[in-house]
Ligand binder design. Structure first.
Ligand SMILES: [Zn+2]
Ligand SMILES: [Zn+2]
Length: 328
């Protein structure tokens, strides 16, 4: 089969021939139709995070059809499934036993320790294959699997915050703005300064306010979610919070957070990170996303142009989500 393979962190990322994978017991063989591009793929390819198993096929927002299963009763050939970033957990550690499998000590991640979706076929642990909502094409469903899903976990960390700031208006924020607006929240979208196109896009999806990240909104925020991998934004977001508010850092990798006055944290303000996802997050999010009328905005790239898609994302030139389409 054809696949995009990364030899080592920061190494060559190339389109090449690979053996078609064979599912082990408990796994499904999946014929891939689409795989969403995530900022985490950039961190993997660029070597910002280096705990993968190499060589690796990246890609962790996989939409495909089950072609075969091995010792699995929950899936059968012909079913459409989605495979997210969390690809395996042990089921036995204290995190797994306490509803925080996202923190599992022995977790494996799709497109990082397990081969991912920038390939014609992949295998996945059947426990981590989600049924996908109808009404989303394969391409449109792909960004739900990380941008949507981990965005949803980040939104949960904001509790019932009504006034919500989103820093970095890409993949995740374009989905979560629609969901948050449907929930009756007010979204304040912070883009790069001067990004009028991004700000108009945010307003078109239901944001009540959009501006540059150095701007101060006219009201205090109950919570802020920082999607951009830019540590400088954390103290900026903190300054706009009401007492008791929370800044949620949604990315797997972020540049260092600069020092800030303790007074800005005082008043029981909090800074938290979001790690990965649980199956429960996936089930909740995928059940509500259709009801909320969420639509994804997708730019498609063929498999052999995956590097170009990553370069466009790195340069901030993708509106909404980039998705790699595997042509069959
Ligand atoms: Zn575990
Ligand atoms: Zn991701």
């Amino acid at each position: 089969m054809q696949a995009m393979v990364l030899d080592k962190p920061g190494g060559e990322f190339a389109f090449r021939e690979m053996p078609k994978p064979v599912p082990a017991v408990g796994e499904a063989l999946i014929r891939v139709h689409a795989c969403g591009v995530c900022r985490t793929d950039l961190h993997v390819v660029d070597g910002d995070i280096r705990d993968g198993r190499y060589p690796i096929v990246p890609g962790h927002q996989i939409v495909g059809t089950v072609e075969a299963v091995n010792g699995v009763e929950t899936l059968e050939p012909g079913m459409r499934v989605g495979v997210p970033w969390l690809g395996y957990t042990c089921g036995a550690c204290s995190y797994c036993r306490n509803a925080t499998e996202n923190l599992c000590d022995a977790a494996e991640f799709t497109g990082y320790q397990r081969h991912g979706g920038y390939a014609e076929y992949t295998v996945a642990d059947a426990r981590y294959c989600f049924a996908l909502p109808e009404g989303f094409s394969d391409l449109d469903a792909a960004p739900l699997l990380c941008a949507g899903l981990i965005g949803y976990r980040a939104l949960s960390k904001a509790g019932d915050a009504r006034r919500l700031g989103f820093y970095g208006f890409g993949n995740a924020a374009h989905i979560l703005t629609q969901l948050a607006a449907w929930q009756g929240r007010e979204v304040f979208a912070f883009t790069r300064d001067g990004d009028a196109v991004g700000q108009a896009f945010a307003r078109s999806l239901g944001a009540v306010w959009a501006g540059g990240s150095s701007e101060r909104p006219e009201t205090e925020l109950d919570a802020a979610v920082v999607f951009a991998p830019v540590g400088d934004l954390v103290p900026v977001a903190l300054k706009h919070l009401r007492k008791g508010g929370v800044v949620v850092c949604a990315g797997i990798h972020m540049s260092d957070i600069p020092a800030f006055p303790y007074a800005d944290l005082w008043g029981e303000r909090r800074i938290v990170s979001v790690a990965n996802l649980t199956r429960r997050d996936g089930e909740e999010f995928l059940a509500v996303v259709g009801k909320a009328g969420v639509r994804t905005e997708v730019s498609r790239f063929p498999l052999e142009s995956t590097s170009a898609a990553l370069n466009e994302l790195r340069a901030g030139r993708i509106t909404g989500a980039a998705v790699v389409e595997i042509g069959w």
